[in-house]
Design a protein around this ligand. Structure first.
Ligand SMILES: Nc1ncnc2c1ncn2[C@@H]1O[C@H](COP(=O)(O)OP(=O)(O)OP(=O)(O)O)[C@@H](O)[C@H]1O
Ligand SMILES: [Mg+2]
Length: 721
């Protein structure tokens, strides 16, 4: 029981009217024999507020005596109705009196409960934690080490009771305000069941809803489905009563560029990089609101799952130590391309036409793919993919990857080993989402489905090309696939390099990124020179595309790598390699587009061959012999005769034979067709069953869309996978 309660309950706010005075006056009235005199006295009494108060007091202390007297009065001749009126008036006055007293008590109780600063009242459970000054219990509630109680007047006794709502104290200790959309997240605080004081970010929208609030029971918040709606009301009152005392922090849920003019800065992990220097801060979720620095911008991470990622963007070791690792990578162009790609995302704010793209390192195992990814990641932070770092495995869920990409805006995303993806369609879907720049912000503040564009470059590794996981042409066009060992093979030399890079970047990382940002923030011309450099490089690379649209797109990515190369070696002073690594990226583009063109040529050839051999395709010719009447030389496949045929089925041996006779690499061709979605397949097969004569045979089945694509017919855009 609350120790101040008896004191408050016993207190009555004003001197109570004297019941004896009231009784005496009523007795005198009853004993007046003269009816006229009694009538006059009664009328005077009804008009006399003080007298009525005294009578009401008498009624409340001894209702029976007052009732008896009133009855005697009513028994007198001509007084029955008047006595009735008196009784009603006494009852009303008594009710008013008890209400006023209860309110008075509540008032006193509230003053008692709100007077004590919570920092003092909660001292026993706060330990070393410092509460903001000026926080108090809101009127009508009492917050104490025993919990949160609601003050209420008992309808029977009129006494004030404190009804327990939560068994441990809970309060709003701070408010995070998002600089993008003004959304508010509370720093909700409570005493833990096993002791200690806990801070937890809770979107305001969730704290305003009983069901939303109950979810925090899982985090040990003192809330249940029974108390949640009372606590929602309590938090509302708490916020209203303490608005001036609750500190507010400026936060953002995304890293990357923020602000304009003098306010221009870059959120890199938990740190803010400005033209003057870098302000490093810890996780704002753990910082007591009393210690928040006004105006400072913080990264707020409400999803525990991506906290490690956010904290992985940090500096360790020395710049010289990192340079040593880069020196070991200098002779290996593909590794250097990864490094350049890692520097591109912050530049995207300067080159608005540069869209998200993917750099994919694919090839056989133990050839240095993960090492290359680590080197690239070391530009920004801890590159350890085994935990606590910014390189994450493809085996994370799609939602996680989406949240991670949304969190690290204007920074690269590193995903290691497509082979480990839980579902291969997730890889395709993630690539598609990334390339189209849609971060659904599912992990954002408020849990609102906020659609935000996330900018970045995705660096991925895997044994198979990342593009083999998707049929979407757009995604493939946005992927630079660097095939083979990033170290050009496997030898004693490469092993030494791989080991030196690994050891170097694990101990020394997070230096180059902030240096690049400082350089960009210090640009006198707001990046006009950089934009000119980029535009010029795009122009140069585009000239080499011969109008090939896929290569034309890649020219932009390669141009961005070119600018990043310049920044790394010229602006940051990192030693340059002797040969140009960007050429390797370009070769990859050329190879990919050449391979793509070969595949188109092959399909054109197959179509013309099939047309010349129509009589050998089942279903193609009118009046065709049915059943087993195979044409001379046998069936090649099946092909409907309608102009709007949907599929051309060719027996595998016949198709491979034809392609090989035409000097195509049948396997490469089929792979590209498959990647492009030109092959209709049964699940788990590359082929599909088709009816040829009386039999069903497995065939390679070319979709009409493929034929249309190579014949220059208008083709519907690929649907999202
Ligand atoms: N080019 C190379 N030459 C010699 N040894 C190498 C080379 N690349 C990798 N290794 C060896 O393989 C180990 C693993 O390297 P890394 O993780 O970078 O390979 P990976 O290509 O990612 O392999 P996986 O496909 O299995 O993930 C290295 O520690 C090193 O011992
Ligand atoms: Mg690997």
């Amino acid at each position: 029981m609350h120790d101040w309660m008896p004191a408050v309950t016993a207190t009555t706010p004003t001197t109570p009217p004297d019941a004896n005075v009231g009784l005496a006056r009523l007795t005198k009235l009853v004993e007046t024999d003269d009816p006229a005199e009694a009538t006059v006295q009664l009328a005077a009494l009804l008009e006399d507020a003080e007298g009525m108060d005294a009578l009401a007091a008498a009624w409340r202390s001894s209702p029976d005596r007052v009732a008896a007297l009133v009855m005697r009065l009513g028994a007198k001749k001509g007084m029955r109705q008047r006595a009735g009126r008196l009784e009603r008036a006494i009852r009303e006055a008594a009710l008013r009196q008890s209400r006023a007293e209860a309110e008075g008590r509540l008032q006193v109780a509230m003053e008692r409960s709100t007077a004590l600063p919570l920092a003092e009242a909660l001292a026993p459970v706060l330990g070393a934690h410092v509460l903001p000054v000026g926080l108090r219990s809101p009127p009508g509630w009492e917050v104490s080490p025993r919990g949160v109680a609601k003050l209420r007047v008992s309808p029977d006794s009129g006494n004030v009771n404190a009804v327990d709502v939560a068994h441990r104290p809970l309060l709003i200790e701070g408010r995070y305000r998002d600089v993008h959309d003004n959304s508010v997240t509370y720093a909700l605080a409570w005493a833990g069941a096993g002791g200690g004081w806990h801070l937890h970010p809770v979107p305001r929208a969730k704290a305003a809803d009983a069901r939303g609030l109950v979810a925090y029971a899982a985090h040990d918040a003192p809330v249940t489905s029974n108390s949640a709606s009372d606590l929602v009301a309590y938090l509302d009152d708490f916020e209203a009563a303490n608005l001036d005392a609750i500190p507010e922090a400026r936060v953002t849920s995304q890293m990357g560029w923020h602000g304009t003019g003098d306010e221009r800065c870059f959120l890199w992990g938990r740190s803010v990089v400005r033209a003057g220097g870098t302000v490093s801060a810890g996780a704002v979720e753990d910082l007591p609101p009393a210690r928040w620095v006004p105006r400072q911008l913080h990264l707020l991470v409400t999803e525990p799952g991506v906290r490690a990622l956010a904290d992985g963007f940090r500096v360790t070791g020395t710049w010289e130590g990192w340079l040593d690792a880069v020196n070991a990578a200098l002779p290996y162009p593909a590794a250097m391309v990864a490094l350049y790609a890692s520097l591109v995302p912050p530049l995207m704010a300067f080159f608005p036409t540069l869209a998200n793209f993917i750099v994919d390192f694919c090839g056989e195992t133990s050839r240095g793919k993960t090492t290359t990814l680590r080197l690239a990641a070391s530009v920004w932070g801890n590159p350890d993919e085994r935990g606590g770092g910014i390189v994450v495995s493809w085996d994370n869920t799609r939602v996680y990857v989406e949240r991670a990409a949304a969190l690290t805006d204007y920074l690269p995303t590193f995903l290691d080993d497509t082979k480990r993806a839980r579902k291969s369609e997730d890889v395709g879907r993630t690539l598609y989402d990334f390339a189209s720049g849609v971060g659904r912000g599912r992990g954002s503040l408020q849990g609102i489905q906020r659609t935000s564009r996330a900018h970045g470059v995705l660096l991925s590794t895997g044994e198979a090309p990342a593009t083999s996981f998707t049929n979407d042409g757009g995604t493939r066009a946005r992927t630079l696939c660097i095939w083979g060992s990033p170290f050009g093979g496997c030898s004693a030399d490469t092993l030494v390099a791989v080991q030196r890079i690994t050891a170097g970047v694990l101990d020394h990382h997070g230096h180059a990124g902030p240096r690049l940002l400082q350089y960009l923030l210090g640009l006198a011309d707001a990046g006009a020179g950089l934009r000119r450099l980029y535009a010029w490089r795009v122009e140069e690379w585009t000239k080499l595309c011969n109008g090939n649209p896929v290569a034309g797109r890649a020219a932009q990515y390669v141009a961005a790598l070119d600018v990043a190369k310049w920044l790394l070696h010229e602006a940051l002073g990192v030693p340059a390699p002797t040969s140009d690594p960007v050429l390797v990226a370009w070769e990859a583009v050329i190879k990919a587009s050449a391979e793509a063109d070969r595949a188109s040529d092959a399909l054109r050839d197959v179509l013309s061959w099939a047309t010349s051999q129509q009589h050998r395709f089942y279903g193609r010719l009118e009046g065709e012999p049915s059943g087993n009447d195979a044409p001379t030389g046998g069936w090649l496949g099946a092909w409907a005769s309608r102009a709007d045929w949907r599929a051309l089925a060719v027996l595998p041996t016949e198709l491979r034979g034809f392609l090989e006779r035409q000097k195509y690499d049948a396997e490469a061709v089929l792979r590209v067709w498959e990647q492009r979605g030109w092959l209709l397949r049964d699940e788990g097969h590359r082929t599909r069953k088709a009816t040829i004569g009386e039999r069903k045979e497995r065939c390679f089945v070319v979709a009409r869309a493929g034929a249309d694509a190579v014949s220059g017919e208008p083709v519907e855009a690929d649907p999202a996978p």
